[in-house]
Design a protein around this ligand. Structure first.
Ligand SMILES: *Cc1c(COP(=O)(O)O)cnc(C)c1O
Length: 366
């Protein structure tokens, strides 16, 4: 029998949000309006040239991104989803045994990529769903290679502010790489959000990741990107596979960037959804994190798997956050107005049906 590399023993296959025929999926933060129509058109048009290898360097899209973000094309790397970008980052810089700092309740891919390259994980606790960057600074040691931050954080929806980041970054040694996952940055309303696109030329050890999976509605195509100092990007490009992103995905992403109408429509729908959820959750007396993303993290004070099952029986799938280490919390994505309303009705019913867990609350009511 072949022997699995020993560092991989702890890995289990990823469990995605449930897609159950006939049920409304509010489990994976997908765009409820579908894909950008301009992107869908570009995707269809790609059918005529499927015999061609794609633009392996993603030159056209990187030019498009440079224009969109007011940076240079050398500041971008494109990946098969931002998931692949995260893996490429770790592949480029992590030596076996190096240390990686991640939050206790955050996106699972940082752990996955780190374990893949035999990193040593160190968990840093959030405070009721919020990053406390001072805790990360305190946890830095001589072998800390990566710090993974996520803002807005999946699954809590909280963000990191400019002044918090500045204070933090000044204390991070230059050999420690800070990754800021900005998969939901396009949904932000807070003007003090640490956007950081203007900071990558200042800090070669800062890498941002973004995606076309969320606000652009292209999750199925698998396309995301990293933003960093051009010297840092040049290093990461060494580990990139020659044709890592498909031609149809590159074409669709390019078109999506220009679809300002769809972007604005999605943004507005999400904002209305968040406002609706917040009003309703307050009335229900439930604790939640004020979200800057396209989902809300709710402390139901009840076992999240039981809540998931009960809500699913009423026709809606949400994400139980047990796998994120939050046993009594659920994450629900904003949907169309009718879905949001149905979710609240279902939630009310399930709060009556599922008993309190009796565990200590994670979130408190503001
Ligand atoms: C959805 C999500 C992504 C996007 O991953 P893709 O591979 O680009 O689809 C990245 N980071 C976080 C935190 C996410 O929630």
């Amino acid at each position: 029998m072949p022997q699995l590399r020993s560092c991989l023993e702890v890995l289990k296959p990823y469990v995605p949000g449930a897609l159950i025929p006939g049920k409304t999926k509010m489990a994976s933060n997908e765009n409820p309006l579908g894909p950008s129509p301009l992107a869908a058109l570009a995707f269809s048009a790609s059918a005529a040239s499927l015999q061609l290898y794609p633009d392996g360097g993603a030159c056209a899209l990187r030019e498009g991104l440079a224009h969109f973000h007011q940076l240079a094309s050398g500041n971008f790397i494109v990946g098969n989803g931002s998931d692949e970008v995260l893996t490429m980052l770790v592949a480029s810089f992590l030596n076996p045994g190096d240390e990686v700092l991640i939050a206790d309740h955050t996106f699972s891919e940082y752990r996955f990529a780190s374990i893949l390259f035999d990193g040593q994980l160190k968990k840093v606790p959030l405070d009721r769903g919020y990053f406390v960057l001072g805790r990360f600074v305190e946890a830095i040691g001589p072998r800390t290679k990566f710090i993974f931050l996520c803002s807005p954080n999946n699954p809590t929806g909280s963000i990191i502010l400019n002044h918090e980041f500045e204070h933090f970054m000044a204390k991070v040694p230059s050999q420690t790489i800070v990754v800021m996952d900005q998969a939901y940055a396009e949904y932000i309303t807070n003007p003090d959000y640490a956007d950081l696109r203007d900071q990558v030329s200042r800090y070669p050890n800062l890498i941002l990741t973004r995606t076309f999976s969320k606000i652009y509605g292209l999750a199925a195509l698998r396309i995301g990107y990293g933003i960093a100092h051009c010297d840092t990007i040049a290093k990461i490009l060494r580990v990139k596979g020659p044709f890592n992103v498909s031609g149809p995905a590159l074409n669709a992403a390019q078109a999506a960037l220009n679809d300002k109408g769809f972007f604005a429509q999605t943004y507005k729908l999400n904002l209305d959804g968040l406002r609706f959820f917040e009003t309703e959750l307050k009335q229900l007396g439930l604790a939640f994190v004020e979200s800057q993303a396209n989902f809300v993290c709710i402390d139901t004070r009840r076992n999240s798997k039981q809540m998931y099952t009960a809500i699913s029986e009423l026709g809606i799938t949400i994400r139980p956050l047990e796998s994120f280490g939050l046993e009594d919390c659920i994450r629900v994505s904003t949907g169309l107005a009718k879905h949001n309303a149905r979710f609240i009705v279902a939630l009310k019913q399930c709060l009556d049906a599922v008993p309190l867990s009796g565990k200590q609350a994670y979130l408190t009511i503001a």
